[in-house]
Design a protein around this ligand. Structure first.
Ligand code: CDP
Length: 244
């Protein structure tokens, strides 16, 4: 059943869940949780729960899909039927195909695809529970999963959405803000190089609000990047220290 629009999304500078405009939702990332994938990661961002799994690089089959000089990066973003309020019909749809495409484009710039001609790297992003910002949280998890798979990378990729609610620019929209707010702008960044690899926008910003939103996204990305590195250290530092 569709929920009614709350009268206000911001009261005395606080959002519906008590956050200030520049605060992220609680964030948790864990690297390497699936035994049978080459690399994997799990992320919780607020009520979002997302798994990312990586297979490869491995020889591409069928062979006619091989690229002679580079590896192909294949991404599949998929929402579980139980991940949203109204049961999601299983299988691909226009939205998931678009999101899979922009996720691939957001991740490609950090990979050295020319190192693996004729190969494929498969990235699966499974949305177990959705509460807005799933494409960006999916990118965050996928880049940790790629690192966990030992795929050489120039940088990680960290994603977050920014937007506008009740005339105020806010970080990390939750479902109600995504649904009822005035603007939603998912952004993905290579944190060390400060390069943007994804920027989409739904709604309107003034040029000044756009600048402010982008600054806020970069601040959010810094926190996400720290959590990504922590997740990888948590998995790999103990074994590195043992080997000393
Ligand atoms: O998740 P993201 O913000 O990247 O993408 P969106 O298309 O802006 O979707 C926003 C939110 O709407 C999702 O995260 C879900 O919580 C919700 N949604 C839904 O309830 N049912 C769908 N079929 C698709 C999205």
């Amino acid at each position: 059943m569709a929920e009614a629009k709350p009268e206000k999304l911001l009261v005395d500078g606080r959002r519906l869940d008590g956050r200030r405009p520049d605060e992220l939702r609680p964030l948790r990332i864990k690297a390497g949780i699936l035994k049978r994938a080459d690399g994997s990661a799990y992320i919780e961002l607020g009520k979002n729960k997302i798994l990312a799994a990586v297979y490869g690089p491995k020889e591409m089959h069928p062979r006619h899909l091989q690229q002679a000089d580079v590896a192909v990066l294949r991404c599949r973003y998929n929402m579980a039927p139980f991940s949203v309020e109204e049961r999601k019909r299983p299988g691909p749809d226009r939205r998931s195909m678009e999101i899979s495409k922009v996720i691939r484009e957001a991740l490609e710039p950090v990979l050295f695809l020319h190192l693996y001609p004729r190969a494929v790297i498969d990235v699966f992003i499974e949305i177990l529970q959705a509460d807005a910002g799933t494409r960006t949280a999916g990118i965050t998890a996928a880049s940790v999963a790629l690192a966990d798979a030992g795929v050489p990378m120039r940088d990680l990729v960290a994603g977050i959405s920014v937007g506008k609610v009740d005339g105020t620019v806010v970080l990390d929209l939750m479902k109600e803000e995504d649904q009822w707010g005035e603007a939603d702008m998912p952004v993905a960044v290579m944190p060390r190089r400060k390069c943007i690899t994804l920027l989409q926008m739904d709604g309107n910003f003034t040029p000044q609000e756009f600048r402010q939103a982008l600054d806020l996204a970069f601040k959010g990305v810094e926190q996400i990047y720290e959590a990504q590195k922590e997740a990888l250290k948590e998995k790999y530092l103990p074994s590195l220290e043992e080997g000393r």
